[in-house]
Ligand binder design. Structure first.
Ligand code: NAP
Length: 274
């Protein structure tokens, strides 16, 4: 990151979901560019560990903000914690998955998923979007997914929340440009993180090449200010693009077939799905 970008996106960056995976790596890479971090996540110990690590390695300050983004009050907690800080970059990365037959999964889990993956990023984008626009420079990054580019059976609602972020972010890229605010939607494909390790899918049965969070974070930070959207990884880019060339139903049926075969026992009760 050059000095101009550091001035634009610093001195503080806010990252939701900074305790592990892609968000943690984004925090590390920004800290290596001398940007202080407001780190949001539920796990207090992980937040404190990150603060110590980034202070020791890069000499930056981390402000830990413990918050559960499935709870609406979390937004106010984050807003109050950042009132006096000059935030130049906001990364809306926190997210969770929900795998299995849509009709057999719990409604509460779906409501929490939409709150975490869609409602909270929308509210934070609006609040910090206003602040960044008033500041006249800055960046806003949404972490979406390759699954945003098509319907994904058995991960249907997760993919729908990611499509929401993709649509919101690419529109805001145009709306906020006149204010000097760069908006990017970063779409990772399969990435080796806690989320995928805990999913009810055997990814070895799918034609996907996993990436490391370090690679994904670097792709996002390199594309910020240059593009509206970026898909991380060559094969993933091809998969996102082929959807535009094929009839829309084709990749949806194909991925549905592949994922159903790769589901771990219990994620899709056989005989119950119509
Ligand atoms: N890994 C992949 O293959 C992949 C692919 C496409 C997109 N993505 C997206 O990348 C983003 C990061 O995921 P990851 O793969 O890096 O997984 P991860 O290691 O599990 O990280 C998820 C992060 O989100 C935070 N989070 C989860 N639930 C939260 C809640 N209720 N409130 C506040 N924070 C919460 C977690 O922190 P706490 O647990 O401490 O709260 C953690 O920091 C997600 O939006 C995910 O959808 C991942």
């Amino acid at each position: 990151m050059d000095q101009e970008a550091q001035a634009k996106y610093g001195p503080w960056a806010l990252i939701t979901g900074a305790t592990s995976g892609i968000g943690r790596e984004l925090a590390r890479q920004l800290a290596s560019n001398h940007i202080h971090i407001v780190a949001v996540g539920r796990r207090h110990a992980h937040l404190d560990e990150l603060a110590t690590e980034l202070k020791t390695e890069f000499g930056v300050t981390v402000l830990p903000v413990p918050a559960d983004l499935r709870v609406p009050e979390a937004i106010q907690t984050i807003v109050s914690s950042t009132e006096g800080l000059d935030i130049g970059l906001v990364i809306l990365n926190a997210g969770a998955e929900l795998t299995g037959s849509f009709v057999h999964t719990d409604e509460t889990a779906h409501l929490q998923l939409v709150q975490l993956n869609a409602v909270a990023p929308m509210q934070l984008a609006q609040y910090y979007g206003r602040r960044l626009a008033a500041r006249g420079r800055g960046g806003l990054m949404f972490v979406s997914s390759l699954f945003a580019y098509q319907g994904v059976p058995y991960v249907a609602h997760y993919a729908a929340t990611k499509a929401y972020l993709l649509s919101l972010g690419e529109a805001l890229h145009v709306e906020l440009k006149p204010y000097g605010v760069d908006v990017l939607v970063l779409s990772p494909g399969l990435t080796n993180t806690e989320m995928t390790a805990n999913m009810d899918i055997d990814f070895s049965k799918l034609p996907l090449i996993p990436q490391q969070p370090q690679q994904v974070a670097a792709v996002g930070l390199q594309a910020l200010g240059k593009k509206a959207t970026v898909v991380s990884g060559l094969l993933n880019k091809v998969m996102a693009w082929e959807n535009r060339l094929l009839p829309r139903a084709t990749p949806v049926s194909l991925l549905g077939f592949l994922i159903k075969r790769a589901l771990k026992r219990g994620a899709c009760p056989e005989g119950k799905v119509a």
